[in-house]
Design a protein around this ligand. Sequence first.
Ligand code: ADP
Ligand code: MG
Length: 328
Amino acid sequence: MKRLLAVIFAAALALSSCSLVKQTVQLEAMDTFMKFEYYGSEELGEKLSQSVKSLDKELSAVDENGRIYKLNQKGSGKLSYDAEKLLKESLALCESTDGELDVTVLPVVKEWGFINQEYRVPASTEIKKALKKVDYRKISLRNGSVKLNGCQLDLGAVAKGYAADKSVKLLSENGVETALLNLGGTIAAVGSKPDGTLWKVGVADPANPSDYVGFVSCKDKVVATSGGYERYFEQYGKRYIHIIDPKTGLPVDNGVASVTIISDSGVLGDALSTALFVMGLKKAQSYHRERGGFGFVILTEDKKAYVSRDICADFTLSDKDYELKILD
Ligand code: ADP
Ligand code: MG
């Protein structure tokens, strides 16, 4: 009898933990606002939020109490489990994108004032000097110990993607089947909506980011966007964005306004949204053709929406000013 009661009690507990109560958690982390909506227990929200906040501290290159900040001061040291995992994944993506993504671009980002918000156009000699410290191939990683060999580490382009992946894992371990996690431009759609229909994830209008030019219908996907509109400054009528070409040390200025990547992984999506932005339309198209494993929506300044054929059925353009172009 006791046993039977225990079984009934456990079953009731399991039922209540995955009951369809909508929970919303909002927090500020990784330099952005995040909003998590999920159907599950309330306590899970606290766990999610703690997990993302501690990742923020762990992965930030600018938090003086964080390990990466200290690593950049010392030049070598031990990484946490998460930082090591993310660095390994990121270095592979730096390699596959031929350094268009480069996790050592920080010295150049600093020259442009994107770290302390004291924006400025550096002299070309200053850029050249900073570029000498940029080369992800110099980083050596062995058994959790990293040597920077004159470089500095910045996982800023991929941290939100990692936080998304870890949050999705945490939710699924706790039996949550339905959630929409918005980590400021990196959006994870877990399962489908409670009514069984697909999630609709908006693709922001670069000219007015609170509005959308269209949306991606999906389930169990991460939709990650890098936009020039996220952070930039203007001087003498010219716009300088926070996405830097690691080969030239200059803010990207190639006609691309935003890149959205649709894939199964937050880290991949986040890394490629930055890397394809740097590549520009032509190179991005051939990278996609050669590698696959993701879909893209690239919005250009001349108001075209270039969508990869593999996901074109999932993308709906709603802004009439944009022209839809499907790419193979
Ligand atoms: P957001 O943080 O707005 O989502 P991204 O994911 O594109 O934008 O990341 C941009 C951040 O990554 C920049 O603020 C900078 O710190 C860093 N970064 C800029 N250019 C590169 C690059 N080519 N490779 C790696 N990191 C970059
Ligand atoms: Mg990115």
